[in-house]
Ligand binder design. Sequence first.
Ligand code: SAH
Length: 220
Amino acid sequence: MPQTPMQRMLESIRLTYRFSFDSSRGQIPPEKVLAAMAAVPREEFVPNDMRPFAYDNNALPIQHGQTISQPFIVALMTELLQPTPESILLEIGTGSGYQAAVLSGLVAKVYSLEIIPEMAEEARHRLSRLGYRNVEVLARDGYSGLPEHAPYDGIIVTAASASVPPPLIRQLKPGGRLILPLGEPYHYQELTLIRKELNGEIQWREILGVAFVPLTRKRT
Ligand code: SAH
């Protein structure tokens, strides 16, 4: 049966899930996450010369030396956040806006912070043109999070850092989840899930080795 590029991308995500985890854990991507991804035209989020590759299950270069994450990683991070229609989420690292667009279909609200002002502006326009009304992009250093709208049900950091920015843990709701790549930028990082229990206790779980562009800081 002929498949569209989108169907091939979703199939490739399923396969990568199968090969990335011990099969005894029965890891398969949740259908609601795949459905959310199926609704987002990834070619709108990549530069024109990358459009032919938009539905490959690969990270791709975008503007300003940044990258749009691999669809498999977008699916995995989305799943780990356990989004519900009531969730209020914070994303650090808007980039193209693709991850925010995927989350948009699953939650009530996404606040997304981007440190490069031009990128924030471009993503804001793109998301508004494509009709994602519940995503708000702000141009600022995400290290300090977004205290104005805290606490969050989930926080997703799509840039690598060697340690967890403490403000992000503070801005998590009890029962909330923080997912981020922890490790040396430009090397290998461990995708890490941090849960704040209802009693305030913090639980850590390492999920998978990944490679993200660095979380940078504003020069003062
Ligand atoms: N989620 C994006 C991919 C992000 S690439 C997507 O779906 O396309 C990482 C992004 O994080 C880059 O755009 C980079 O500029 C941004 N970034 C790096 N450090 C940051 C910081 N301290 N605060 C906010 N954004 C940051």
